[in-house]
Ligand binder design. Structure first.
Ligand SMILES: *Cc1c(COP(=O)(O)O)cnc(C)c1O
Length: 380
């Protein structure tokens, strides 16, 4: 079956007890045992919950893995992932990272002796060089946040495997509707379901999807041991969001296209970043690796911080808020919001300037979004 059909039906049969076509929200924290350790598959809801199991099964299938695991947040998923790496482990990571991911890596570096190298992996040859020293994990976002740079996932997976290292891809920006990293060679996919998968700014959640049964077993153990699990209600919301992911991603893409066309032509703009632009340095890779370009656009305004803040103030449809990937359009000033935890020098070295604004284009009428951006630029 095709992807949009699978979003709604894959691993999501009607409830066998009642025929309910949507999954019941099982609130029970514990389950009756007929004798000690004899049960019907569920023991305690941290270890497993039927509503969560439906979400995990669907995510695992949609990301082409052997299974998925749901967490209370994207960072909960990341913390559980890092729980598998003992002191002295080495991670080679992209340098353009979600701020909270960077903060957690740094925490593990200081507290638990994790070694982390941050590299610009837009050129996979840099990874080949970095892997001359053994590493335990390669960690990648593509497209990256907030600069929408791409990493050639197939090339990076090949290099990681050649040196017996696993590849993790944070697929939050693209979603499985546009890019399926495991099909390109990744071993683990990480999600913040808070963003596009949930899609309505009404839940915080995360997920891991595993390519191998061994990893699924290890991280299932850690999920239960660390306990960063989502509530059954949040699992239900994530599943509900998942059903419309296909149509939403197409609409987000149309909105982003309308917005970036206004930005790209404007003299007050130093640079508009969007993988769908023919001028994006990795546009060809985007066409090969993704089946759409997503809903995030970032723009570097010539006037620096003052221009960025004035632009934000003038927007009427876009709401100034952290987060992204929801039906309503959101706008963020990375330097003072989502990426404020990254020191300024480091931020600027990576291109996250004071004039950078990140737009998460929602599914309102694209013409209204284009008008909004046009009006906000006027008078800068
Ligand atoms: C938001 C986000 C995260 C963190 O997820 P939370 O659900 O906020 O904990 C990780 N990676 C990316 C790319 C994100 O956008």
């Amino acid at each position: 079956m095709r992807f949009d059909t699978r979003l709604i039906h894959d691993r999501q049969p009607p409830d066998p007890l009642t025929g309910a076509v949507t999954v019941p929200i099982y609130l029970a924290s514990t389950y009756k045992q007929s004798a000690p350790n004899r049960n019907q598959g569920y023991v305690y809801s941290r270890s497993g919950n039927p509503t969560r199991a439906m979400l995990e099964g669907a995510l695992g299938a949609l990301e082409s893995g052997v299974g998925g695991l749901a967490f209370s947040s994207g960072l909960g998923a990341l913390e559980t992932l890092l729980g598998a790496f003992p002191s002295g482990s080495r991670i080679v990571s992209v340098d353009d990272l979600y701020g909270g991911t960077w903060r957690l890596f740094e925490h593990h570096r200081r507290q638990f002796g994790l070694r982390v190298d941050y590299l610009d992996l837009t050129d996979p040859r840099r990874l080949a060089e970095a892997l001359r020293t053994p590493a335990d994990l390669v960690y990648v976002e593509s497209p990256t946040n907030p600069l929408l740079r791409l990493v050639d996932l197939r090339a990076v997976a090949r290099l990681a495997h050649a040196s017996r290292t696993r590849l993790v891809v944070d697929n939050t920006f693209a979603t499985p509707a546009l890019q399926r990293p495991i099909e390109l060679g990744a071993d683990i996919v990480l999600h913040s379901t808070t963003k596009y998968l949930g899609g309505h700014s009404d839940l915080v959640g995360g997920a891991l999807v595993l390519r191998s049964r061994r990893d699924l077993k290890e991280f299932t153990w850690l999920q239960n041991a660390l306990g960063a699990v989502p509530s059954p209600f949040d699992c239900y919301l994530a599943l509900r969001g998942l059903h419309t992911l296909g149509v939403r991603m197409r609409a987000h893409g149309e909105s982003a296209r309308a917005v970036v066309e206004v930005l790209d032509r404007d003299r007050r703009v130093r640079r508009a970043h969007y993988p769908g632009l023919a001028s994006h340095p990795q546009h060809r890779l985007a066409r090969r690796q993704m089946s759409g370009y997503g809903g995030i656009v970032s723009v570097d305004l010539r006037g620096g911080r003052r221009a960025a803040l004035a632009f934000l103030r003038r927007l009427r449809v876009f709401t100034l808020a952290e987060s992204l990937g929801a039906v309503e359009s959101l706008v963020d000033h990375p330097a003072s919001m989502t990426h404020a935890s990254v020191p300024r020098a480091e931020r600027e070295a990576h291109g996250v300037t004071e004039g950078l604004v990140r737009l998460s284009c929602g599914i309102e009428d694209p013409a209204d979004l284009a008008d909004d951006v046009r009006a906000a630029l006027r008078g800068l």
